[in-house]
Design a protein around this ligand. Structure first.
Ligand SMILES: [Zn+2]
Length: 473
């Protein structure tokens, strides 16, 4: 027989030193008080939340030595009584690219559509993004939801408490086993900050706003290792009677649903000396050009793992040929992440001088990139039958595209983004205008533009129609 099971809990508490018992009791009271304070969030069944976010980026910036601030707008509505939500996000990137997506959720299904139609065109996508995901995301930016979620399973056993009369710090592990410390002011109760210990991330909640009998922080700042990474400004939180049916409806002209299943790499012959590889890490494309010395790869995958898969496919299809060069269009993180895999084998990196500087500054390559072989591309330079152009543009200080005169094919990344269904986006980025006008002014004859992202076959007809739709004169 176990002794403990026969001894009443009250007796055990009596045996504890008085101060410890008092502390246990007061910790329990504190957690109960905090839970009570945030219990109102449960009653928020139908809500609209709007906010902006500013995030600094170095390796998506248009200037190598100056971080770019990505401005984002969010509009999120939910109706728990009907199991519906609406999630609209808009992100502004260098060159005036605007990502503008809406997710609508009802009857257990989430559907995503692209408002400007620049990444997905008119295609619709079922999304594996449910109500729990939506509310978890919301809790990351709104203090009252964050506090409520954290406190929901807190008790004096799983939570360590440090406190004074005016503040309290509660430390507890989350489902991913990361230690979190929530710091609250107690007079009045208000979440001040959240510390994620393992990842060294800190979120600070300030500028409280009182509305509808609740108080929420209208400014949220995120730090990693003490460095400010992003700022959120809550512009409005309000109760709504319901989500309007027009907001939940898919606009006319959209469809069909796109198959988002990952496809294996595909090898396509474009000309005697030119091959296209499709489905690189989902929906990217690279080209392989043969010359007397071997092969050049145009466009690097975003990671070493995918670079390895690409090299294996090339070896299988052209076993007698070796890759001697790898070309990147510009020094943005998603266009250079997989270069190291090739460069470490002694393969020469072809890029403009700014992109080479970006490679050497990129954290992943900082230790190794100084030892790689480079060939610095100049404007209108021809290398092994391929001409490289470096037009001035607003997306990146250093950015080039490759022109294959024999097959009249252009390979580019982030100069032009017509979606793969060739529908015309409703917003044209500045850099796209600059690029198309450059093609016109240089009178470059092409049959096909292969984009690193998404569309591997943009024809002059579609490009001209796109330009005309936005610049009719
Ligand atoms: Zn880019």
């Amino acid at each position: 027989m176990k002794l403990s099971s026969t001894i009443p809990l009250a007796y055990l508490l009596l045996c504890l030193p008085l101060s410890v018992a008092a502390e246990v009791r007061s910790d329990t009271v504190l957690i109960t008080d905090l839970k009570k304070h945030y219990a109102f969030t449960k009653q928020l069944q139908k809500l609209s939340v709007t906010y902006t976010k500013q995030r600094e980026t170095v390796f998506q910036s248009n200037k190598l030595d100056q971080p770019f601030t990505i401005n984002s707008n969010y509009e999120k509505l939910f109706d728990l009584s009907k199991g519906q939500f609406y999630y609209h996000q808009v992100h502004h990137y260098p060159g005036n690219y605007i990502f503008n997506d809406i997710i609508v959720h009802q009857e257990g299904k989430s559907i995503l559509y692209d408002v400007n139609g620049f990444t997905k065109g008119k295609q619709l996508q079922y999304l594996d993004y449910n109500q729990a995901d939506f509310h978890q995301d919301l809790a990351e930016d709104i203090d009252i939801f964050s506090a409520h979620t954290f406190l929901s399973d807190a008790d004096s056993k799983n939570t360590t408490i440090k406190r004074s009369d005016t503040w309290a710090e509660l430390t507890k592990s989350n489902a991913e086993e990361e230690q979190l410390t929530y710091r609250f002011n107690l007079q009045p109760i208000q979440l001040v900050s959240v510390m994620q210990h393992q990842s060294k991330k800190k979120t600070e909640y300030t500028n409280p706003v009182q509305k509808m009998g609740l108080t929420y922080a209208s400014k949220v700042r995120r730090f990693t290792k003490g460095e400010l990474k992003s700022t959120v400004n809550i512009t409005n939180i309000k109760e709504i009677p319901h989500i309007k049916q027009t907001m939940l409806a898919i606009p006319q002209g959209y469809g069909p649903f796109v198959d988002t299943k990952r496809k294996p790499l595909e090898w396509v012959k474009l000309a005697n000396d030119l091959y296209l590889i499709n489905h690189v890490a989902g929906n990217r494309h690279v080209l392989v050009k043969m010359d007397s010395k071997g092969l050049t790869l145009f466009g690097a995958p975003a990671s070493s793992k995918v670079s390895e898969q690409v090299q294996l496919l090339i070896n299988n299809n052209l076993p007698m040929k070796k890759i001697h060069s790898v070309y990147i269009t510009h020094g943005h993180s998603d266009h250079m992440g997989g270069v190291g895999y090739f460069a470490e084998q002694g393969i020469t990196v072809l890029a403009d001088k700014y992109s080479i500087r970006a490679l050497k500054a990129f954290p992943r390559f900082k230790k190794t990139a100084t030892n790689w072989n480079y060939s610095t591309l100049k404007h209108k330079q021809t290398v092994n039958g391929v001409t490289f152009y470096l037009p001035k543009n607003s997306h990146s200080d250093g950015q080039s595209f490759a022109y294959f005169p024999m097959s009249e094919i252009i390979y580019q990344g982030d100069f032009l983004e017509i979606p793969f269904d060739n529908s015309l986006p409703t917003h044209m980025a500045d850099v796209e205008k600059e690029f198309i006008e450059f093609l016109y002014s240089e009178k470059i004859a092409y049959k096909r533009i292969v984009g690193h992202h998404r569309n591997n076959n943009m024809t002059p007809e579609v490009v001209n129609a796109y330009y005309k739709a936005h610049h009719p004169n």
